[in-house]
Design a binder for this molecule. Structure first.
Ligand code: 26Q
Length: 826
């Protein structure tokens, strides 16, 4: 065996790191895995052969990582998230293992273009937006810091839908991301776990006279784990992301089979495999959908079984040390059913007494909250929970009863205690998952300074008075390897040239760029990087959309999910205003601008889809008006995802972060823009506040109501129509939409939008309009002062190293998880 392993060919084909070895390995994989030779290989074959070649080279590190963790008996972080918006695996894996140049050269020698091969990859879009992407960035940073960590989630067969526009309307297509193969997943059917549902509970007396509860489930599903590699950046660590896929068991319906109703039983099989079929594309108003709850319990139950199996291998049933070996981070409330599930496992299955089990549970879980929007806080009807998870509902009632007793005594305020009930009162009780998560965790964190404060003082105020020590902030961060090094190779090369090697894993070092701020050569190179990125983007826009855009125009970019609170509409009013100024005086000098949008709307969110239609309609009019003469261009990039994001951020001059103050928990796109040298036009919301403080107030275009202004306006009675009456340019824009100017005379289609705006305007677009127009105009004017703008751009990059996910993860570890890095040596 060792002879085979050591023989030249074997080692070279699976692990060799030279160009020759890599080439040979690629051809070998193409031939023996894909069953193709070069003349017959399709581009998809090239992609797969390259993927296999890269994963072969990660394998030894992956196995070594787990062996080392095993040997050191270290504490593990388990990150539980219903979403991972991974993005392309091939470029990240190539970069992290240090083979990017080798692969490029090897492909070139075989007559292939590495970038073209990489573009074949269908990214696993197993998330909606910020929260899912954050989970992916954090896994990457945990591996880079050498932390023993495992991500757990769901292997959706269909990820976030693919977006197309038909006549300007969003149309969704299924995202069949595994259709042409998934080379990055390692299914582990031998590690499958059974997950139970439904049925009822029974009380029984154990032999020793103890009373205990048994859950008699009605049906079950097998959870099959699929492991993905999560390499750290050039440090030999390769952690795992374990995604669960549902598979029907031969005996899934525990009752029907016994009654002999075979066909109905097979219907059940179809149903159980549906559990991981599709990602819910709604991140605004989570409806209490049964299937969504099934997804949540499915992945949580499977993950906890897995976690306990590993724990018991070493520590048996010594549960008191569980929290010393296990930290479980809940990515929002989506995995919160893990709290009653751990209680159930300990109390019902392992005979631990309630108080001990509760103490273990509370010392294990930590909860991250990602939203302040009341409509986005998860609540499940108790009736639904009772039906799907009867034992869990009993445990939740018991947790609640004991908690309310405690709160009543400690706070000495029965009214406050009643407000904190996990289960809402009334005829149709609901379970508030944020309350359950808060009661069952030792740490509760928000994702920006502002949101953490609002969480403490508003949303979870009673809880923060009871347990002030639980509350903390962990401002979000982003993976710099993905969003700087891979997305922006030109900028990275310039930074390497001036700073040397170490900035990418120590992003605060970007500060050293300030030393070159007055250097005209550096300034010119900095500008040229941005210009080249903009030329690339213009090229892509021509190829992809048939639209000509001017790389010398200012690129003013807003990319993020479509939500009313994010206020894409405000941007629309600004564009209409500029258009009207040109129409009023076509000869007046106007600096050329390109407005870039990218946004998916939840398929059932009618207002959001109407806003997409409006933006496309405005684009149609503006882009084709002779008076405008190309000076304004509106580009709505379809299907915004990680791959398109990586092309857009590096080409942006202006970053639009214009949510209503108090609504955006943090934002992470804002960080990606700033690090790529874009200057922000933004409100005092989420992490914008921290960006502004870091880059300097003079390098940030601030506008709009502050959180406290919003509260004030609400108290005194907000009248949006007043702004319409008093602001002529705003009135003109509204009237044009109403008159059908952008809809070929159709006065009906945008009516719901304008009605809402004039009568309610829940996101204060009318109130912020004038200040917003002024702010973007100031930014655009500043852009025309090349010298000034270059400085602002450099300072945005140089001063935002704080937003590295490495920093964020380090803070999670120091403040919450308290694990030790484990270096991996080969
Ligand atoms: C819940 C239940 C049922 C169906 C769907 C959901 C659901 C799914 C996704 C609810 C919310 C989400 C996603 C939320 C999200 O992306 N929040 C964003 O998180 C980012 C990372 O912290 C922040 O930067 C953003 O400000 C926040 O909006």
């Amino acid at each position: 065996m060792t002879e085979i392993l050591n023989s030249q060919n074997y080692i070279h084909t699976r692990t060799g790191m030279t160009v020759d070895a890599f080439k040979r390995a690629f051809l070998d994989n193409l031939y023996y895995v894909q069953g193709k030779d070069m003349p017959r290989a399709t581009p998809q074959d090239h992609y797969l052969a390259l993927a296999y070649t890269v994963r072969d080279r990660l394998m030894q590190r992956w196995l070594q990582t787990f062996q080392t963790y095993d040997e050191t008996d270290c504490k593990f972080v388990y990150y539980l998230s219903a979403e991972y918006l991974l993005g392309p695996q091939l470029p990240s894996n190539l970069l992290n293992i240090g083979l990017m140049d080798v692969a490029r050269q090897a492909m070139a020698e075989l007559g292939l273009d590495l970038d073209a091969v990489m573009r074949r990859e269908r990214e696993p879009g197993l998330g909606n937006g910020g929260l899912g992407r954050l989970a992916a960035c954090y896994l990457a940073s945990m591996a880079t810091l050498g932390l023993p960590a495992i991500g757990y989630g769901i292997r959706y067969e269909f990820g976030i839908f693919r977006q197309m526009f038909v006549d300007g309307w969003q149309v969704e297509r299924p995202d069949d991301w595994t259709a042409s193969g998934d080379p990055w997943s390692f299914p582990r059917p031998e590690r499958q776990v059974q997950v139970n549902f439904g049925g009822h509970t029974e009380k029984e007396w154990a032999h020793n006279g103890d009373f205990r509860v048994r859950w008699r489930p009605a049906w079950c599903v097998e959870a099959i784990p699929y492991n993905l590699m999560v390499p750290g950046y050039k440090n030999n660590t390769v952690n795992s992301l374990r995604l669960w896929s549902a598979q029907a068991t031969s005996s899934f319906d525990l009752q029907v089979f016994n009654t002999g109703d075979f066909v109905r039983a097979v219907e059940g099989k179809v149903h159980s495999e549906n559990i991981t079929k599709v990602l819910y594309p709604d991140d605004t108003t989570p409806q209490g959908k049964l299937l969504r709850l099934q997804q949540q319990y499915f992945f949580v139950a499977a993950s906890l079984t897995d976690i306990m199996r590993v724990f018991m291998r070493r520590h048996g049933t010594n549960w008191e040390v569980f929290p010393d070996k296990v930290a479980i981070q809940l990515n929002d409330t989506h995995p919160t059913i893990a709290i009653p599930e751990l209680m159930r496992l300990l109390v019902d299955e392992h005979d631990v007494d309630w108080n001990t089990a509760w103490d273990v549970t509370r010392r294990t879980f930590a909860y991250t909250n990602h939203t302040l929007l009341p409509e986005a806080l998860e609540e499940w009807p108790a009736s639904l929970l009772e039906q799907l998870l009867p034992r869990h509902m009993e445990i939740i009632h018991e947790v609640n009863r004991r908690f309310l007793d405690e709160a009543c005594v400690v706070l000495n305020d029965p009214i406050a205690a009643a407000r904190m009930s996990i289960v809402t009162p009334g005829p149709a009780p609901h379970v508030r998952m944020a309350y359950l998560a808060s009661v069952g965790s030792f740490s509760i964190n928000g994702v920006s300074e502002l949101q953490s404060n609002l969480l403490k003082d508003l949303v979870l105020r009673d809880f923060s008075q009871l347990w002030p020590w639980k509350f903390n902030n962990k401002t979000n961060g982003i993976d710099p390897r993905l969003f700087i090094r891979l997305a922006n190779p030109r900028l990275s090369a310039l930074i390497y040239d001036r700073l040397g090697e170490h900035w990418l894993t120590n992003l605060d070092r970007l500060r050293e760029l300030e030393r070159f701020i007055d250097d005209p050569t550096f300034q010119a190179e900095w500008r040229e990087v941005k210009q080249a990125n903009k030329r690339d983007a213009a090229e892509k826009t021509r190829e992809g959309m048939g639209l000509e855009i001017d790389p010398d125009a200012v690129f003013d970019v807003m990319v993020k999910r479509l939500h009313e609170y994010k206020r894409q509409l405000l941007k629309a009013f600004h564009i209409i205003t500029l258009y009207n100024r040109i129409k009023a005086n076509p000869k007046a000098p106007v600096f050329p601008r390109v407005f870039v949008f990218g946004a998916k709307a939840a398929p059932g969110y009618r207002m959001a889809k109407l806003i997409i239609k409006l933006l496309n309609a405005i684009a149609d009019v503006v882009n084709n008006d002779r008076d405008v003469d190309g000076r304004l261009k509106v580009v709505f990039v379809p299907n915004f995802n990680v791959s398109t994001a990586m092309q857009i951020y590096p080409a942006a001059d202006i970053s639009e972060q214009i949510s209503l103050a108090g609504k955006e928990a943090s934002g992470t796109g804002n960080m990606k823009f700033a690090l790529n040298g874009a200057v922000t036009v933004g409100t005092l919301d989420g992490a914008n506040i921290e960006i502004r403080d870091l880059v300097g107030h003079e390098n940030f275009f601030l506008f709009g109501l502050r959180t406290e202004d919003v509260f004030h306006l609400l108290r005194q009675g907000y009248r949006p129509a007043m702004y319409y009456e008093r602001t002529p340019e705003l009135r003109q824009a509204v009237d044009m939409i109403a008159a059908g100017y952008f809809s070929r005379g159709d006065r009906e289609i945008f009516r719901p939008l304008l009605d809402s705006l004039l009568n309610h305007d829940p996101y204060f677009i009318m109130a912020d309009y004038a200040a917003y127009v002024e702010a973007v105009e100031a930014a655009t004017l500043a852009y025309q002062d090349t010298e000034r703008w270059t400085r602002m751009s450099i300072l945005n990059t140089a001063r935002t190293g704080f937003f590295s996910a490495d920093r964020a993860v380090r803070q999670y570890n120091e403040g919450i998880w308290k694990t030790q890095p484990v270096p991996i040596t080969l």
